[in-house]
Design a binder for this molecule. Sequence first.
Ligand code: ATP
Length: 237
Amino acid sequence: MSPMLEVRDLVVSYGKIKAVKGISFSVDEGEVVSLIGTNGAGKTTTLRTISGLLRPTSGSIRFQGKRIDSVAAHEIVTLGLAHSPEGRRIFPRLTVEQNLLLGAFARRDNDVRTDLQAAYDLFPILGERKSQAAGTFSGGEQQMLAMGRAMMSRPKLLMLDEPSMGLSPLMMKTVMSTVTTLQEQGTTILLVEQNAQAALKRATKGYVLEVGQIVLSGSGRELLESDDVRKAYLGED
Ligand code: ATP
């Protein structure tokens, strides 16, 4: 079976600067795949390119066998690929429910109520405060909202950009355990994280990105146990 997502020899540039320098990786259906790396490694650029928000200089991206590297971003959502962006990008003046409904913009059916309820089941606080302005939420609550909003498009593949960023340990646990819940419910996940421990613990497969290149790959467990990863990303001697 071909992978759900297949990225091949991807190069992405900002003007003359190559941010992603020819990376290849794949995500199979049902997996949680983690892309880890420090600031500036090219993780966000990679996700934004898969989403259609940036165009590659060269290389290919296939989703469920179809080339998507020149497909419009809103159509990519319709194909079943959703993106919860770095920094959450919620709409602070809109209510929680309005933010969630925006996640369903590309849907052609009218069954969004079922999905609103699914988002409230996943994160009960969203339901309790559905009429509240989203800007009043804490960082962790906004992260839940960003994930809930991405799920409103009923994605087959959900891409999460640094969901743990800036969260308290307790909030981080809640958010990261949702990754496992979503996987159990049948969503495939591509997770970008600086927090290598949290990301690799849950990953079926992981890739380490350094200045635009993949320098290591393996199962989540293999990477967690690798000396290079432990020294560079887990702060061990
Ligand atoms: P972070 O965790 O800080 O977001 P990252 O791994 O996601 O890091 P990217 O944001 O993809 O990394 O950045 C990769 C490289 O591209 C960096 O050197 C960055 O400075 C550069 N870069 C990112 N966005 C732009 C831009 N709009 N214009 C020019 N250079 C950019």
